[in-house]
Design a protein around this ligand. Structure first.
Ligand code: NAI
Ligand code: A1CAB
Length: 266
């Protein structure tokens, strides 16, 4: 089965590198990329063929669209004449619905929507997938296998996609923001930056491993750290006073709303 990736920026390369690591034959992969210098970089790094979008769409069994939502309309208009029934189009774009794509490709082309995230680069990705209306089990299984090369895959109803985008799609950025903030705090408290960075990164990795390996609720794990009248309780009171919980809710509502808007702008 040949796969084309159209749009090889951050997420397109993440997918490409995952497929290569998972042992997909490079001669079964191709890339469509608008920026010539980026195309050359990918050819050199992976030995993958960079072709026109139209050639990619004509030749590949599966066509993964990894351009920005705002570019999706133009790309679909360009490749639609090359697509034919039986092919599979997979969109990784935020906000773009399967209905939007189905209305722009020939009948009989199956469409699957995916929301990946960047930890896929280290094979710890979280991808949610939703079928379009002409999709069968084999199509979903193919996308599951594509995305499983870089981490976990969850099937979800498409109506949950905007919320998923706000939580796991954008999620790594919130975590990096927290990490960045904790490192800065450590520096304010007088620690050398390298020490603060080591402490915060390992604390994050350890906490993530506890969540995954114990399966315990985060509240239980938090309470284990919070000694009565101790340091953690003092810190958590400040987080509540500064409305950090409310800020997370507002932030993710904004991301969900932006995801809803993106389809309209394309
Ligand atoms: N970066 C992330 O963490 C995530 C991104 N996504 C989705 O992935 C998509 C791409 O996002 P990024 O990789 O972050 O953006 P990006 O800007 O790094 O990559 C987009 C790539 O598409 C290329 N491109 C634009 N128009 C093109 C065309 N007509 N033909 C061929 N190539 C074209 C650009 O040159 C660029 O290399 C977006 O739709 C985004 O919603 C989804 C989940 C996570
Ligand atoms: O910021 C964005 O729009 C993309 C989608 C999810 C993560 N990055």
């Amino acid at each position: 089965m040949s796969t084309a990736i159209i749009g090889a920026g951050v997420m397109g390369e993440t997918l490409l590198s995952g497929l290569v690591r998972a042992g997909r034959r490079v001669d079964q992969l191709m890339v469509g990329e608008k920026r010539p210098e980026r195309a050359q970089e990918l050819e050199e790094r992976y030995g993958v063929a960079v072709v026109s979008n139209r050639e990619a769409a004509a030749k590949a069994d599966t066509v993964a669209l990894v351009v920005k939502p705002q570019d999706m309309g133009d790309v679909l208009a360009e490749i639609a004449p090359e697509l034919r029934a039986g092919q599979l189009v997979v969109s990784l774009a935020a906000g773009i619905t399967t209905a939007f794509i189905e209305s722009r490709v020939p009948e009989g082309v199956a469409v699957v929507r995916v929301m990946p995230n960047t930890p896929a680069l280290v094979d710890e990705g979280m991808a949610a997938i939703s079928p379009g209306s002409h999709c069968d089990e084999a199509h979903l299984a193919e996308v599951e296998s594509l995305m499983a090369s870089t981490g976990r895959v969850l099937r979800i109803p498409e109506k949950q996609m905007d919320a998923v985008t706000a939580i796991s799609g954008s999620g790594p950025a919130y975590i990096f923001f927290v990490v960045e903030s904790m490192i800065e705090a450590g520096v304010h408290l007088g620690l050398p930056r390298a020490t603060a960075t080591d402490l915060v990164v390992q604390t994050l990795v350890g906490s993530a491993a506890m969540l995954r390996e114990t399966g315990s609720h985060p509240v239980v794990l938090r309470e284990q750290v919070t000694s009565p009248g101790g340091t953690t309780a003092s810190a958590l009171r400040e987080l509540e006073i500064h409305k950090v919980r409310a800020a997370f809710l507002a932030a993710m509502e904004a991301a969900r709303n932006r995801s809803r808007e993106l389809a309209e702008g394309s």
